[in-house]
Design a protein around this ligand. Structure first.
Ligand SMILES: NC(=O)c1ccc[n+]([C@@H]2O[C@H](COP(=O)([O-])OP(=O)(O)OC[C@H]3O[C@@H](n4cnc5c(N)ncnc54)[C@H](OP(=O)(O)O)[C@@H]3O)[C@@H](O)[C@H]2O)c1
Length: 247
């Protein structure tokens, strides 16, 4: 994906749902998807942040997006069914689903890890993508060319001290991605993951408050990789774990 140059109409007429769309990488990808023609469903837990992204898309002249407030820590299967029903009523299909929202409250050794926090992180980072994919699959299967993308992390591939539930949930999400890709192999739905690598966002600042921000790339640096995965240029790519490549 190095030097990928997406066409300006890459995502024309596509409907793409982005979780964690109000901030960081999800925000940047949502803006880019709209700039390339997609109708973006902005899903997240802080309405004011989603509204700000909505306004930025409208101001830039992009297709009118939709806001779907949802707190993934507390959402139940009924909430996911309602989401799918609303998407069906409004669009009739779904062409892209980006599982990007993530909970990473702190780093802690396992012996000290708060049990409730563990459950919540697993709920947001692993169970929510399962529940959302299951509910949205019929809509994705109505698309001629659909793409599911998981935002991943290096710790998904190798656990590391103090990364606790976040690492375990990201490892589970990688496995979920592979299972889905295998099951959907002969369908118009492809499933891949992408690790953006260290990026200047609230999540990164929270975990490494002392880090010099100038050493990190901005979320915009990874946008083209996500566009490639969400758009038609990644057709034929299925079950792959990709990561940001430095130039
Ligand atoms: N930044 C990095 O260095 C890095 C590195 C590797 C992988 N990643 C991955 O990249 C993805 C995006 O992360 P980011 O760095 O852009 O983080 P971020 O700036 O903190 O954004 C995460 C988004 O997820 C939303 N979110 C969190 N918990 C939620 C919940 N319970 N319900 C609904 N939405 C929720 C947040 O909403 P609010 O803003 O309303 O809280 C926020 O919009 C994540 O999957 C992360 O694991 C990031």
């Amino acid at each position: 994906m190095k030097d990928y140059n997406p066409a300006s109409d890459l995502l024309q007429d596509r409907v793409i749902l982005v979780t964690g769309a109000g901030d960081g990488i999800g925000r940047a990808v949502s803006l880019a998807c709209a700039a390339h023609g997609a109708t973006v469903v902005l899903l997240g837990k802080t309405i004011s942040k989603l509204e700000a992204v909505y306004d930025a898309i409208e101001d830039a002249g992009g297709p009118t997006p939709a806001i779907y407030p949802m707190h993934l820590a507390g959402a139940t299967p009924v909430d996911y069914d309602m989401l799918a029903q609303k998407l069906d009523e409004n669009f009739g299909h779904l062409d892209g689903l980006l599982h990007n929202a993530a909970d990473l409250p702190y780093l802690s050794r396992i012996s000290d890890y708060d049990v409730e926090t563990w459950m919540q992180v697993m709920q947001v980072n692993l169970n929510a993508p399962f529940l959302m994919t299951q509910a949205c699959l019929p809509l994705l299967q109505k698309s001629a060319d659909a793409s599911i993308v998981f935002s991943s992390d290096a710790v998904a591939h190798h656990g590391k001290a103090y990364w606790g539930a976040y690492a375990a949930s990201k490892a589970g999400a990688e496995n979920l991605m592979q299972t889905l890709a295998d099951e959907l192999e002969n369908s118009p739905v492809r499933v891949n993951s992408f690790d953006p690598g260290p990026t200047l966002t609230s999540l990164r600042r929270r975990i490494f408050p002392g880090e010099n921000p100038e050493t990190l790339k901005q979320p915009e640096a990874v946008v083209n990789d996500y566009l490639w995965l969400l758009g038609p240029d990644s057709q034929g790519s299925n079950g792959r774990s990709l990561r940001y490549e430095t130039k």
